[in-house]
Write a protein that binds this ligand. Structure first.
Ligand code: SF4
Length: 503
């Protein structure tokens, strides 16, 4: 049976090129059927945002209900009637089916497709920057799809669509312009390539493989793809080998399994690369060396390695620190610290119990008061990844009365304030495929008390807490945050132990 192409399939393809194939041909019994509560939360928020925007746009013809065929007929009639704004109209032609959030009639009589998104309309710059950002590929291909459908239905448009984003910015996408200063391919050409790839995957003419990445955690195929990668000893099990590197190695070296890369002759490969620039594209000597080291640890030695002696500060108080925040709403609701000293170990937290700027500011200011109360130069702080530092810089700008920019900088620049992730990725290797705090702490024997610990779920719990005021939910978040802090401690101790054994 010929599969319909929809805008969401194009979106999925750009999120993960394997998803389109797996949705049709994957082992359906391995696909998680229950909706992820965090995904549901995002969806609900998206609906509310969409309703607000549609209301703000003025009167529109609501075609959101009914069968696709019925809605399509009504959409065509509405266009014929020169209806100024159509909400959730259906465009279809052969196997293509698109539902733009809005179709707006322009002064020249042409229709402009508009999508309302819960993310930012542009990428590559921060919201408050004055620089110009770039369109997002997954938004651009969806707009191209609607425009192509309009063309096929005899309603040509000049190749322009619009995204209205979470900040209510209205951004025009010019889809016949090049994708970037260096990349001369137009958005339209990019769309055509993507659509063609989706078509061959949907028809089964081509098949591609999973590769774990950041988007996998919220995907219903997460467990299934992870199992596939493990069972097939796929190269993407090697930390930092993503889909493109894996595919290049598969193709250029004919190697599919991890054990196959442990004995690569790197010098010989580099010589070959000098003669042929297309050979092992974008894979340099450093990367190959890491691949060999990591695959050897994963398949042969199965033991972690530290490459230099690591000495941590000798201080009276060690703090293991982690924040809980909702990046979709740019709100930090918890700063947790597990404090260890010769006298005791204790968990301290600074929590915003309401979603207000006052509550967020108070929790942030109290964290800094606590830091200032510690014995000067006699404490160290451990955290994992740059997220805390980036978030604190942003928060300082929002709440300068809580802490000065200089204090934040001198805190994070202190040699006693340590991002363990930097050490993990530069100076160590582990017999696990992801170097996330969860994987590493679990490898070291730590387990979270919650059955489904996850940062995304913590956001969902916090929103539930705000709605219900149920203290049990808040306790669950605290327990999770405390365990994240303790996991950081377990990792620090693990690295220290490994390092001691190094002469
Ligand atoms: S789990 Fe990851 S690799 Fe598998 S389909 Fe989903 S996003 Fe793609």
């Amino acid at each position: 049976m010929k599969q319909n192409i929809t805008a969401s399939k194009l979106y999925d393809y750009l999120q993960c090129p394997h998803r389109v194939w797996r949705d049709v041909y994957g082992p359906q019994d391995e696909k998680i059927q229950e909706a992820n509560p965090f995904v549901e939360l995002l969806w609900k928020r998206g609906v509310v945002h969409e309703e607000r925007i549609v209301k703000k746009m003025g009167e529109s013809l609501d075609l959101s209900k009914g069968s696709h065929e019925d809605r399509f007929q009504k959409t065509m009639q509405a266009i014929k009637n020169q209806t100024p704004l159509i909400y959730q109209g259906v465009l279809k032609h052969e196997n293509d089916l698109g539902i733009p959030d809005l179709l707006q009639r322009m002064p020249d009589g042409k229709y402009l497709p508009i999508d309302i998104k819960s993310g930012s309309a542009i990428e590559g710059v921060s919201q408050d920057s004055e620089e110009e950002g770039k369109p997002k590929p997954h938004y651009a291909v969806q707009l191209c799809f609607y425009i192509e459908l309009l063309q096929k239905l005899g309603l040509p448009n000049t190749g322009t669509g619009k995204i209205i984003d979470i900040h209510k910015n209205e951004v025009q996408y010019e889809l016949h312009s090049p994708m970037g200063k260096r990349n001369k391919i137009t958005w339209w050409e990019f769309y055509e390539q993507s659509k063609n790839n989706v078509q061959v995957l949907l028809s089964g003419e081509e098949k591609n493989k999973p590769a774990m990445s950041g988007v996998c955690k919220l995907c219903p195929w997460y467990g299934s793809c992870k199992k596939w990668c493990k069972e097939n000893e796929d190269l993407s099990n090697i930390f930092y080998v993503g889909r493109s590197q894996r595919d290049v190695i598969n193709q250029d070296l004919g190697i599919e399994k991890m054990a196959g890369v442990t004995d690569l002759d790197i010098d010989e490969l580099m010589n070959q690369k000098k003669k042929d620039k297309q050979f092992l594209r974008k894979i340099g000597k450093n990367t190959l060396e890491k691949i060999v080291r990591r695959s050897t640890i994963l398949t042969k030695t199965k033991k972690p390695v530290v490459y230099r002696k690591i000495e941590f500060p000798n201080v009276s108080h060690e703090l293991f620190f982690d924040i809980e925040d909702d990046p979709t709403q740019e709100f930090v609701y918890m700063h947790g610290v597990y404090e260890r000293s010769a006298e005791c170990e204790r968990f301290i937290h600074f929590t915003a119990k309401e979603k207000t700027q006052e509550a967020e500011q108070e929790a942030f200011a109290n964290f800094w008061k606590y830091i200032r109360s510690l014995p000067q130069d006699d404490f160290s702080v451990y955290y994992y990844s740059h997220h805390e530092k980036t978030t604190y810089r942003k928060m300082q700008k929002l709440y300068p009365s809580a802490v000065t920019a200089e204090e934040v900088e001198s805190f994070f620049n202190s040699p006693r304030v340590i991002d363990l992730y930097q050490i993990v990725q530069k100076d160590t290797d582990w017999p696990v495929s992801s170097y996330s705090l969860k994987e590493l702490a679990q490898y070291l024997g730590f387990s979270w008390r919650d059955e489904t610990p996850s940062g995304a779920l913590s956001i969902q719990w916090f929103n539930e807490y705000l709605e219900t005021g149920d203290e049990k939910i808040l306790q669950r978040i605290l327990l999770y945050n405390e365990d994240d802090c303790k996991a950081t401690m377990v990792l620090k101790d693990g690295i220290e132990k490994l390092s001691i054994s190094k002469k």
